[in-house]
Ligand binder design. Structure first.
Ligand SMILES: [Zn+2]
Length: 160
């Protein structure tokens, strides 16, 4: 057990630790981020480890990576409990919990092919309102079509 926890807490020098990912979702998180990207972004993936808060959780540690705001929002959509820890020189310098925005713009498409946001993206950028966090439900601001976690995952996977 001691060895086990030593392995899990080994520190990265500079980069990002995405903690408190709902167990089983780490692979989705790394796919969204387009990881692995090679030796510049050495990474560790820890799945189904115990968490006092969550029972079980996943953790992704990536060296040399800083997430964009869009990437953080994408993670929030599939791992709403996740915390993002920015590490510099082996120390956590910033820690924040992801938050699904009330309005989600431009990172996913509407599932309705006839929606104006799919017909004329110049004037109607995809825009959704958060209806429910758990399970996640988003509503298109134009046609009111609902989008669910499976739709979101499918789109994120297609785009990579
Ligand atoms: Zn729509």
């Amino acid at each position: 057990m001691a060895m086990d926890s030593e392995l899990l807490v080994r520190k990265i020098r500079d980069g990002t630790v995405i903690d408190h990912i709902p167990a089983g979702n780490a692979l989705n998180v790394i796919r969204i981020l387009g990881l692995p990207r090679g030796r510049e972004n050495r990474m560790a993936l820890i799945m189904y480890t115990s968490s006092s808060k969550m029972g079980l959780k996943d953790i992704v540690k990536v060296e040399g990576l800083e997430l964009t705001a869009d990437e953080v929002n994408m993670i929030a959509l599939i791992a709403p409990t996740a915390t993002i820890n920015i590490v510099r020189d082996y120390k956590v310098v910033r820690k924040e919990r992801v938050k699904i925005p009330e309005i989600i713009e431009n990172i996913i498409r509407c599932a309705n092919p006839n929606c104006i946001s799919n017909q004329d993206r110049e004037t109607a950028i995809p825009k959704f309102r958060l209806v429910s966090e758990d399970p996640i439900i988003l509503r298109c601001e134009y046609c009111e079509r609902h989008t669910y976690k499976e739709d979101i995952l499918r789109q994120f996977m297609e785009g990579r």
